[in-house]
Design a protein around this ligand. Structure first.
Ligand code: 1GP
Length: 237
């Protein structure tokens, strides 16, 4: 599964709790993006997740579920991404919900399809920050320290810089990039145009685009090629 995500440069994230027309969904799925990630912080249910998966399955690209609510753990996805919110003060969001899920479903969990995400939530105004109480007032060094916990101490396959709803501080993203050696570095948050997509793509392995799909799908589609044509900067020199 690690090999699968290593091929992901651009990902569209769809929210089961939001409306998207058939034409828009088709355009997103046929855009050349590498995968569809289904997830959201609020209003995600088994029913709306299963319904969205069925719609995405009309198309051939990989579809992953980012599990935020145990009740919405729908079978049939290619891959399951499990957030561990490293900068939440509440252990439930790091491993408590996870423990309960394993107690409940242990022998049914297809572990070979699961990957953990070391989430670092950096927009205090986002739903995910409110939900998890994440301390998003981190310095660049603080964010990079969490990234190193994920990358070097926990050996998580993914470090996810989550600015959901606002375009991130590229200085912070760069500082994090300089420290992450093994994990796949995901960036998500506030990408609304090609220029922002290029900036994130230069620093990160995988760029996640969400909200703009629902506001201006044409702009969203432009981010695919913007990400794909942008080489990553070598931050080790
Ligand atoms: C949200 O990281 C994703 O979880 C993408 O963020 O919705 O702001 O594009 P946006």
């Amino acid at each position: 599964m690690r090999q699968t995500i290593q091929l992901w440069r651009h990902v569209f994230k769809l929210d089961p709790d939001r409306e998207l027309g058939e034409a828009e969904l088709a355009a997103v799925c046929l855009s050349g993006t590498d995968a569809i990630l289904i997830g959201g912080s609020t209003g995600v249910t088994y029913e709306n997740t299963a319904a969205l998966l069925a719609r995405v399955r009309q198309f051939e690209l990989p579809c992953a579920l980012e599990i935020s609510d145990l009740e919405a753990a729908v079978p049939g996805f290619d891959l399951y991404l499990i957030p561990m919110v490293l900068n939440s003060p509440e252990p439930d969001w790091i491993l408590g919900h996870h423990r309960r899920a394993i107690e409940r479903y242990g022998s049914f969990i297809p572990w070979e399809h699961f990957l953990a995400e070391g989430y670092i939530v950096l927009n205090g105004d986002s739903s995910v920050a409110r939900l998890t109480g994440a301390d998003s007032s981190l310095s660049e060094e603080g964010a990079a320290a969490y990234a190193q916990i994920a990358d070097k101490l926990m050996s998580l396959p993914i470090v996810y810089l989550e600015y959901s709803g606002t375009f991130g501080n590229m200085g912070t993203v760069r500082t994090v990039r300089e420290t992450v050696e093994h994990s796949q570095l995901f960036y998500g948050g506030g990408i609304t145009c090609e220029t922002e997509a290029e900036q994130a793509a230069a620093l990160c392995d995988t760029v996640v685009v969400g909200n703009i799909i629902y506001q201006d799908v044409q702009q969203a589609l432009l981010t695919v090629q913007a990400v794909k044509r942008t080489p990553q900067i070598d931050c080790t020199t």
